[in-house]
Design a protein around this ligand. Structure first.
Ligand code: SAH
Ligand code: SF4
Length: 357
């Protein structure tokens, strides 16, 4: 709950589906094409008063009936010399989520949230440690992308990539997430190609199969973190339900069906999953399923005993994988200042009593 704010009185237009909005427009004597004009203007980051293609009386009616965004910015942090921006948003019901915008030389990436908290409960993850709130609606996810695009446009940049690696397990909020991917990809809106959208999952096998059937060429990232069940049962508890043999087969089915190789995420935790033996097991696993591996040095989370390996260990682990024929990248450590890694901002704000949910 936000400490001192009442729930917003007006419904957010981004949460109203097209059918209901069209009905409202038609009841007010408006032509059908207004719907597209409004959706396009919203995707461009406009407020109702800035929608110059609409008649003035319609703009006034919109202002009286709706609010333009589902998200209210609570706090914003810049880090990495202004190249990383983290934003904490308030949602209906008093919940909060965070987004991170990262600017690189040739691309700008938004790390998006799909749930308030996460029900999976990985022990090293700040999001998993916090309370679970609720699923985000598709409009609340798309609005994070619209806000990021507007923030970047103000600095002369374009939003080019979206990764579902913020708070939550995207495939545990399947329908809203798929709808939001379609919304972000919609060519009359933000128009970001699904190929530049990555959905990251802890491994909900039936949902991976469902996603493969969607005709939506997103990149699938699977948070592996361990290549043997005993360790993965602990690090990613959903493994007890969908063990590695099932998960890797689902990854192979996804690759076969979509023609797109999955990428495996591996958070490097000192003396937990960074040994030579762990590297050998990972080589064996990727040999069977041809995945690319993304190594993520652990970003310390207060209240956990996990530690990041030293740079020598990280280099050795990556080197062993390369020698084993695995395609590897080591993720940069963007957003470490100001707890700006995903899941940590909300945890810090809860800790400081700024918010309670
Ligand atoms: N729930 C999804 C997507 C969000 S998490 C998933 O788990 O895939 C995105 C990635 O960040 C996951 O690979 C997750 O394991 C990783 N992650 C979580 N906490 C981290 C931390 N403290 N340091 C580094 N990576 C972390
Ligand atoms: Fe949830 Fe992903 Fe964090 Fe695990 S790592 S608790 S699945 S957000």
């Amino acid at each position: 709950m936000l400490a001192d704010s009442a729930p917003p009185a007006l419904p957010a237009i981004s949460l109203i589906d097209d059918g209901a909005l069209l009905e409202w427009l038609q009841a007010g004597g408006q032509p059908t094409y207004r719907l597209k004009q409004i959706r396009q203007a919203l995707a461009a980051g406009a407020g109702f008063e800035q929608m110059s293609t609409l008649p003035t009386d319609l703009r006034t009616q919109l202002t009286q009936r709706f609010r333009p965004r589902a998200l209210a910015e609570i706090e914003r942090w810049d880090s990495d010399q202004g190249l990383t921006t983290k934003i904490l948003y308030g949602l209906d019901g008093g919940y909060t989520v965070e987004s991170v915008v990262m600017r690189y030389e040739r691309r700008s990436t938004l790390c998006i949230s799909s749930q308030v908290g996460c029900p999976i409960g990985c022990p090293f993850c700040a999001t998993g440690k916090g309370p679970f709130g609720r699923n985000l609606k598709a409009g609340e996810i798309v609005d994070q992308a619209i806000a990021a695009a507007a923030l970047l446009a103000a600095r002369g940049r374009r939003l080019t990539h979206v990764v579902y690696m913020g708070m939550g397990e995207p495939l545990a909020n399947y329908e809203a997430v798929v709808q939001s991917v379609r919304g972000i990809a919609d060519s009359s809106g933000l128009g970001i190609s699904p190929r530049r959208i990555t959905v990251s999952t802890s491994g909900l096998v039936p949902r991976i199969d469902e996603l493969a059937q969607e005709s939506l060429p997103v990149t699938l990232a699977i948070s592996l973190h361990a290549a043997r069940d005993e360790l993965r049962d602990f690090l990613v508890p959903i493994n007890r339900k969908y063990p590695l043999a099932d998960l890797t087969q689902a990854a192979a089915r996804f690759a076969n069906r979509t023609g797109r190789r999955v990428s495996y995420e591996w958070v490097l935790l000192a003396e937990v999953n960074d040994s030579d033996q762990d590297a050998r097991e990972l080589i064996e696993l990727t040999r069977q399923s041809f995945g690319h591996v993304n190594l993520i040095p652990f970003n310390p989370v207060p209240g956990t005993d996990f530690k990041e390996p030293d740079p020598g260990r990280i280099a050795r682990f990556a080197g062993l994988l390369r020698e084993g024929g695995v395609q590897v990248t080591v993720r940069d450590t963007r957003g470490r200042e100001n707890s700006a890694a995903c899941g940590q901002l909300r945890a810090r704000a809860i800790g400081a009593g700024v918010i309670t949910a």
